[in-house]
Design a protein around this ligand. Structure first.
Ligand SMILES: *Cc1c(COP(=O)(O)O)cnc(C)c1O
Length: 414
């Protein structure tokens, strides 16, 4: 009784115009402050649109960092989730479930690989790939025990675990979190010759993003992906592509490495793998590489659960059957062409691939994102001076052009 009274009171308060500020205050008081979100409180999403607690509508130009490539609350993924929720949600890997085998087969085939290791978050999949690479280094390549090295790139983003932030070059991600895991070497991104120089007989793997997302949609020079692939092959080093943000259609190819016809030894996916409904990630590789894992050597309570697998299977079907990769390429061209027409002294560079574009400014990007929010367009700055644009891949040309008009008007009135 008491709780229902409280509930009613809360609801009443929230229907007043103070809903946004009250919820922001609550979050500030009870939630850890590890983010600085825009002050918009979302209560509903549908396709490319988000609605806040005041009933205002926004076009989503971030798509949850590419986790919602299929658009918000996609009806087919929702149906799969509801159907599975009525059957069984979690078995643990102590028993088998009827969704996991199909998920592994479908994802492996989609990536042109042999095996899948299912996990939950992106960082977890990256951690898992690092563990597998080290084990492969010892068991298959013959690296002396404890000596395995993994090469990574400057300005990388692979997640937030201690091992992963330990090889970040962003001071903010590392400060106060040491001591860190040894065994990583950092080279510049986009310069293949530095990879050749960094490799030693103890190098197990090269971990990289084909396009660096959090760094500001940094596209490497043409030929880089093919070059690092060849260098890894020559040196028996695993090429490990973190396609968590760049993969699953975002850049106009199913995987960004396909822009240079590169098939990495290990592909890491997450984010859009479950269309925003559920955290699902995976390491995709060969029998030789994932075969180094034996029962008991690695695991996850939730990894590969039937709910996750059913949702991910539906999310992948939507991606393929709705031709979202092809749409990304086509609409990406429209977006880039339209943005190039904007004349503003504040723009330093516009770059990107597919529906993934960064506008690098001469000054801070946060006020631009805030002004865009006022105009009904949601996007988020990355670092200080980059506005990242990444709408759901389902976006229609008309909505895309509407967004570009808003961006033009904000940049012209800055
Ligand atoms: C988002 C992201 C991750 C981390 O994924 P989480 O699900 O947040 O752990 C790792 N790598 C890349 C490239 C990402 O964009």
């Amino acid at each position: 009784m008491a709780s229902s009274v409280l509930h009613n009171e809360t609801r009443e308060d929230l229907t007043q115009s103070t809903a946004t500020s009250r919820l922001i205050a609550l979050e500030g008081k009870y939630g850890a402050h590890n983010y600085k979100p825009l002050d918009v409180v979302i209560e509903r999403g549908e396709g490319v649109w988000l609605y806040d607690v005041e009933g205002r509508r926004y076009l989503d130009f971030l798509a949850a960092y590419s986790a919602v490539n299929q658009g918000h609350c996609h009806p087919r993924i929702l149906a799969a989730m509801q159907e599975q929720a009525h059957r069984v949600t979690l078995t643990s890997r102590a028993f088998r479930n009827d969704q996991l085998p199909l998920f592994c087969k479908e994802l492996a085939e989609l990536a042109g690989h042999e095996m899948v290791l299912p996990m939950n978050s992106g960082a977890e999949a990256v951690e898992s790939a690092l563990k597998v690479a080290r084990k492969w280094g010892y068991k298959i390549k013959g690296i002396p025990e404890g000596k395995a090295e993994i090469i990574v790139c400057a300005n990388n983003f692979h997640g937030r675990t201690i091992s992963i932030v330990g090889f970040s070059t962003e001071p903010q991600y590392r400060d106060g979190f040491g001591p860190f895991t040894p065994g990583f070497k950092i080279i510049p991104f986009g310069d293949a010759a530095t990879l050749r120089d960094a490799i030693t007989p103890n190098t197990a793997a090269f971990l990289f993003e084909p396009i660096q997302g959090e760094a500001g949609v940094i596209v490497p020079p043409a030929g880089y992906l093919a070059d690092v692939a060849a260098i890894c092959k020559q040196n028996n080093v695993l090429l490990m592509a973190d396609e968590i943000q760049s993969g699953l259609g975002r850049t106009g190819k199913l995987f960004a490495c396909q822009h240079e016809n590169v098939k990495p030894d290990v592909v890491i996916v997450g984010k859009a793998l479950a269309g925003g409904f559920y955290p699902v990630s995976a390491v995709i590789s060969s029998q030789e590489v994932l075969g180094v894992l034996h029962p008991g050597e690695h695991g996850s309570t939730f990894g590969g659960n039937p709910m996750a697998c059913a949702i991910a299977r539906a999310a992948l079907r939507v991606l393929i059957e709705e031709k979202l990769t092809e749409r990304s390429e086509e609409m990406g061209k429209v977006l880039m062409e339209r943005l190039q027409q904007i004349r503003s002294p504040h723009i330093r560079e516009i770059r990107g691939k597919g529906l993934w574009v960064a506008i690098e400014l001469n000054g801070p990007a946060r006020p631009v994102c805030e002004a865009l929010m006022q105009q009904g367009l949601l996007c988020k700055e990355t670092h200080d001076n980059v506005v990242r644009l990444a709408p759901p891949l389902t976006i229609e040309r008309e909505d895309l052009l509407w967004a570009c008009d808003r961006i033009q008007s904000v940049l012209e009135h800055l």
